[in-house]
Design a protein around this ligand. Sequence first.
Ligand SMILES: CC(=O)SCCNC(=O)CCNC(=O)[C@H](O)C(C)(C)COP(=O)(O)OP(=O)(O)OC[C@H]1O[C@@H](n2cnc3c(N)ncnc32)[C@H](O)[C@@H]1OP(=O)(O)O
Length: 297
Amino acid sequence: MEFPFDVNALFPETISVLDQNLCAARKPHGRPDAQNQTAIVIDELGKASAKAQQLPAPITSAAKLQSNRHYLYLLKDGERNGGRGVAVGYLKVGYKKLFLLDQRGAHVETEPLCVLDFYVTENLQRHGYGLELFRFMLEHKKVEPEQMAYDRPSPKFLAFLEKHFELKHSVPQVNNFVVFDGFFRNRSVVPLRKVPLKKPEGEIKPYSLMEREVVREEQKVLPWPFVRSAAPPPSPPLAVSSQFSRSLSVGSSPTRGPPRPTAAPGVRQGPTLHPQSLDNCRTKRTSSLNRSQLSFH
Ligand SMILES: CC(=O)SCCNC(=O)CCNC(=O)[C@H](O)C(C)(C)COP(=O)(O)OP(=O)(O)OC[C@H]1O[C@@H](n2cnc3c(N)ncnc32)[C@H](O)[C@@H]1OP(=O)(O)O
């Protein structure tokens, strides 16, 4: 995605880690217009991501990033656009308090690192950029893919996880977060923090409540599961929620599409991480450098 300003000047690194300040914590922008331009990049990519996922409203924007403790990994290609660079995509993660079911169906209160949004511009998908982003995040957060939770992953993202990390056997949940077999098996690796029964931390509201609230304001409609069209409510009134009935407990992210099927209970296979080398991915996408043009609309 091209912009009418120098992306390379804005983001010196190939992958920038953006936080609430819209900049890497240790590298505040010196230029006065840098934050505005950074916001433009995030907002435009966020809109494109929402469109790609057929979401009713963006779940990623500069304003949302500023009001949540999320990390956004932004990938550029500095050689495109006459050397001014283009924004290729982003990966957004954050910690969420989730009630999850382990393999025995027992509730476990956790606060894993979650993938909340992931997007590579349309004409650069399947060229290894997504893997580059994902692997950078894994290294930065010192986490393994099986230790993370995924907020209603799209079919493309599920295919991505299976291809690159052999994550395919999910543990059935009652919300829209997907976790895979190793999530519970490796408790010694991932300390699943037991959350006391007092009120949760203020900065990160559980179960995507914050995003729901913002989307509700933007859309001027009631939040899920009470969203109804202008037409009279279906009969029975809550029939529309039947397909979301698994999400009535916790952790759902109603801003995405309908829930996707999870693995059948009892189907278990311990995934082994075999990420492909980044070099391979870079080789793969290099072949497409001239394939398409990016545009900022
Ligand atoms: C929790 C969430 O964020 S869910 C939302 C995920 N985002 C989206 O669905 C938005 C649209 N899709 C995308 O932006 C990208 O395809 C991403 C971010 C999912 C993956 O990034 P990419 O750069 O395409 O991934 P990368 O090139 O590293 O890996 C390619 C693999 O991803 C999967 N994949 C990517 N695109 C597709 C596709 N159109 N159809 C099926 N699988 C796909 C495949 O496994 C693919 O391997 P293959 O080409 O050998 O079949």
